[in-house]
Design a protein. Structure first.
Length: 459
């Protein structure tokens, strides 16, 4: 008689998935403290993917003989989501949507499910956190009712797989991956083993049957994706919601996208009927603009979209040392670098002041083109002088105080001219390459930060 294999006990890091036979205070894989949790590892069983025909391996091919074709896409009903995905949903792809609780992940995906179902495609919405009645109540509020939209409340992956095989949907949503479990794994739902293995199994089903899958994931208190980092490598696309859950607007940004660019972002407004697309984002972020010291308009480019953002800085004297530097819009290291440039190259005694920086709408700016605008905003607040009216500012700032050219300058200027701006302080190299008359905006070129400050902050 064949003896049964014993169940092993391993200690698994809840941050990176590193496993060890004994408990460790610090994970050797990622260096995190007190993240090793005891999990039971059952003997391996035959995967359900074998029943789906995944065991038939294709022979290797020469890369020159591989046939290529355009990937078929279909719209989700949300232009902003389609923009972030790269043009629409691809059958067989897996998209991970993460964000803080209450930011709108479930509302957005339920609305997308209804819009796709109204086009005649079968859609399956699997909820592990709510009952079907709760989902129906939210669907009534969002107006997300469709005949081809199926809803099931289930957490057992084997049962979910059976529903998928019976319904054969073209789109499915898993809300959320932390609640799904495989019965053959003895650890609790949400553990590293369950999240990893459940995601792999869902990926196999999606690729085999050609189903587009949206997976909703939780985030940690630090804002990172809950579960092992391998989860981000399994899926095809990772989307993150930015912005506070109590704020009016949400930003959806692609962190990873195998079928499109990661530079695009989608903008949504939270209303009683759920998340609604915001087509003209520049007007949105400039709606409450006021001409005050420390306020500068910077035109950023996110993928193919020009976006005008109001950048605000507050510089105040403080008796406490060291002074505080707080930024909600740009990286804090970039802020410290630009403060050093103002102190050394422009001789502004700003080193003993508290500095606070934020952008209207809670958007984050990560491109160097905002350097010059940030410098002018901080200098404007420090000197208590209002910047030039109806003027935009952009340019990269070097450590020697020079203003360097940036890409897509004409796109930025045309967007500013469309919204009524009449002047722009830009790098001198960009100014030589542009035709100001055709754009309809007055250009003030600057080669150094000191010149830009004199142009943007007239006496």
């Amino acid at each position: 008689m064949k003896a049964k294999s014993k169940t092993k006990t391993m200690y698994v890091c809840q941050e990176c998935g590193y496993d060890s036979a004994k408990w460790l205070g610090r994970c050797p894989g990622c260096g995190a403290w007190n993240t090793m949790v005891e999990e039971k590892v059952a003997p391996s069983k035959e995967s359900k993917g074998v029943a789906l025909g995944l065991s038939d391996a294709a022979p290797p091919q020469r890369i020159a003989e591989v046939e290529t074709e355009d990937l078929p896409r279909y719209c989700t009903g949300s232009e902003e989501l389609d923009r972030v995905l790269g043009g629409g949903v691809i059958p067989g792809s897996m998209v991970l949507i993460a964000g803080d609780p209450g930011v709108g992940k479930s509302s957005l995906t339920l609305r997308v499910c209804a819009d796709v179902a109204k086009l005649g495609r079968k859609v399956l919405y699997v909820t592990g956190e709510e009952s079907t009645r709760q989902v129906r109540m939210r669907a009534d509020r969002l107006g997300a009712i469709a005949d081809n939209l199926y809803v099931v409340s289930e957490t057992n992956l084997d049962t979910i797989s059976t529903h998928i095989e019976n319904i054969k949907p073209e789109l499915m949503v898993i809300d959320s991956i932390q609640t799904i479990y495989r019965p053959d794994i003895e650890s609790a739902p949400g553990s590293v083993s369950q999240v990893r293995e459940s995601s792999v199994e869902l990926l196999r089903i999606a690729k085999t049957l050609g189903i587009a899958a949206f997976i909703i994931g939780h985030v940690t208190k630090d804002g990172g994706l809950a579960g092992p980092r391998v989860l981000e490598h399994i899926v095809d696309t990772v989307l993150f919601f930015e912005g506070e859950k109590n704020a009016e607007y949400r930003v959806l940004r692609a962190v990873k996208n195998r079928f499109g660019s990661t530079n695009e972002l989608g903008l949504f407004e939270m209303r009683d009927t759920g998340l609604v697309d915001v087509p003209d984002a520049s007007k949105l972020f400039l709606s409450d603009r006021a001409a005050d010291p420390g306020t500068v308009i910077v035109p950023t480019v996110e993928g193919t979209r020009p976006l005008l953002v109001e950048l605000q800085a507050l510089v105040a004297n403080t008796p406490y040392l060291p002074p505080r530097r707080t930024s909600y819009a740009v990286d804090i290291k970039r802020l410290q670098l630009l403060l050093a440039v103002l102190e050394k190259r422009v001789h502004l005694s700003i080193g003993n002041c508290d500095v606070y920086v934020k952008a209207a709408g809670g958007i984050k700016i990560d491109e160097p083109a905002a350097d010059l605008a940030l410098c002018i905003a901080m200098a404007s607040s420090f000197a208590n002088r209002v910047p030039r009216d109806k003027t935009i500012v952009f340019g990269e700032v070097g450590l020697s105080g020079e203003v360097r050219a940036v890409s897509q300058a004409e796109v930025r200027l045309r967007e500013a001219a469309r919204l009524g701006f009449t002047a722009a302080v830009i790098p001198e190299k960009n100014a030589r390459q542009l035709d100001a008359k055709s754009i309809g905006i007055k250009i003030y070129p600057a080669a150094f930060v000191g010149e830009a400050l004199k142009l943007a902050l007239p006496k």
